[in-house]
Design a protein around this ligand. Structure first.
Ligand SMILES: *Cc1c(COP(=O)(O)O)cnc(C)c1O
Length: 407
């Protein structure tokens, strides 16, 4: 039995009272809260064997190197990569995508080429490609979604051709919750000779990923969304592609041999991890992943699916509320508008009621505009979200709606 109340006890932040009352945290899409075991793991590293990994020949250095490389294997298993050298640690998903754009992209994208993305991409999976197109002379193509946020295969396929060198899509939208059929998309892209990058920032929090089954060439996600710390991200790349890519940054740890005349670079993954790595964060992220694994995706999915249904039903009780993004296959992200109430005003009332949601363009301005808004409110779910959180949201929304209607 999934006991969400027991799970919540693992998260110290839920003990915090604001103005004497608990907070309904409904912003997991922006960043997840972290369980005690993540803090304990990171504290243990600092307290018991902290040093700079890959550099020393003493106990602490060996211990942290082993833990850092074990974290790489944990990530490898988490996404079912075939080889642990295919896992590169970065600062966050944004850096992972920028790494691909600045290395593989500059090497392989030229005038006349096309990069294809969906219209629902996060700025992290849009602006790097826009910049790459600007400096390479390539063209950025965007495939639209249906009005309800549903993926439309015909729209994607109509813009895919032999000029397409890269397809970059998210597996799950952080605004609409839409899930994209990434395996199908990857197969079609490979058919025309394009490479495929999957932005798994949202998907990885809620569903298991198998990079070999999807057959993507690159995949990115962030530690802070998979219940781990900030400052750590993952780039997966197929070994045969990574091996041909030039370095991203230059300095310590990424070299093989250095003289003043010439430097040769280390093999993957070290070639892409210049400088002292965020070792403690990587180890902390691995514990976030272990936490997910201990609960089990089957259980998480069952719990979240029930909550998605509950949230959809309860939100319908709020007069004038419109959910933006109602794809059949969607995850626990609810962007919405309530009549003409400005999201800023909504958020003001919700904050007074200790309900934490995100408002704004959600780092995906084009899709918010395309849906007809400048700003949207968004409530999102995580494995610790309870029905009481949703009840608090709905109660606060009813209060806000009534207040602004009578005003
Ligand atoms: C959060 C997010 C990103 C960016 O992640 P960072 O940790 O800010 O680098 C990219 N894409 C999606 C879909 C996201 O939700």
């Amino acid at each position: 039995m999934y006991d969400v109340y027991k799970i919540r006890k693992d998260f110290p932040i839920f003990d915090v009272l604001v103005n004497g009352k608990p907070v309904a945290y409904l912003d997991t899409t922006a960043s997840a809260q972290k369980p005690q075991s993540v803090f304990d793991t990171m504290r243990r590293v600092y307290y018991e064997f902290y040093a700079n990994p890959h550099r020393g020949t003493y106990y602490f250095a060996d211990a942290i190197t082993a833990a850092y490389e074990q974290a790489r294997k944990t990530v490898q298993k988490f996404i079912n990569a075939g080889d642990n050298r295919e896992i590169i640690f970065t600062r966050n998903a944004t850096e992972s995508i920028n790494l691909v754009a600045a290395t593989w992209g500059l090497q392989n994208i030229h005038t006349g080429d096309e990069i294809l993305i969906s219209e629902a991409e996060h700025h992290a999976n849009l602006v790097p490609w826009q910049h790459l197109c600007k400096i390479s002379g390539a063209e950025l193509k965007v495939f639209p979604l249906a009005d309800n946020g549903e993926y439309v295969a015909e729209e994607f396929l109509a813009r895919l051709n032999e000029k397409t060198k890269l397809v970059a899509v998210s597996a799950m939208s952080n605004v609409l919750g839409t899930m994209f059929p990434i395996k199908e998309i990857a197969a079609a892209a490979h058919n025309v000779g394009a490479k495929v990058l999957i932005d798994a920032c949202q998907f990885a929090v809620h569903y298991p990923i198998d990079v070999q089954a999807v057959d993507c060439d690159f995949l990115a996600f962030s530690g802070h969304k998979v219940y781990g710390p900030t400052g750590i991200g993952v780039l997966y790349g197929k070994a045969e592609i990574l091996k041909k890519m030039p370095p991203y940054q230059f300095g310590g740890d990424m070299i093989e041999n250095v003289t003043f005349e010439k430097t040769t670079f280390a093999d993957i993954p070290a070639r892409f991890e210049a400088g002292t790595p965020a070792s403690v964060q990587a180890i902390g992220m691995a514990e976030g992943i272990h936490y997910i694994e201990r609960i089990g995706f089957d259980n998480i999915i069952t719990h979240e699916n029930e909550l998605i249904k509950y949230t959809t039903e309860r939100l319908s009780e709020v007069p004038q509320l419109k959910i933006i993004g109602t794809a059949k296959n969607k995850g626990g992200v609810f962007s919405f508008a309530v009549g003409n109430i400005h999201p800023q005003d909504l958020a003001f009332v919700l904050n007074k009621e200790n309900v934490a949601i995100r408002i704004g363009h959600h780092c995906a301005q084009p899709i918010v505009n395309r849906m007809g808004y400048n700003s949207l409110a968004r409530a999102s779910l995580g494995l610790y979200t309870s029905k009481e959180d949703i009840d608090a949201l709905v109660a606060a929304l009813l209060k806000a709606e009534k207040f602004f209607r009578e005003e």
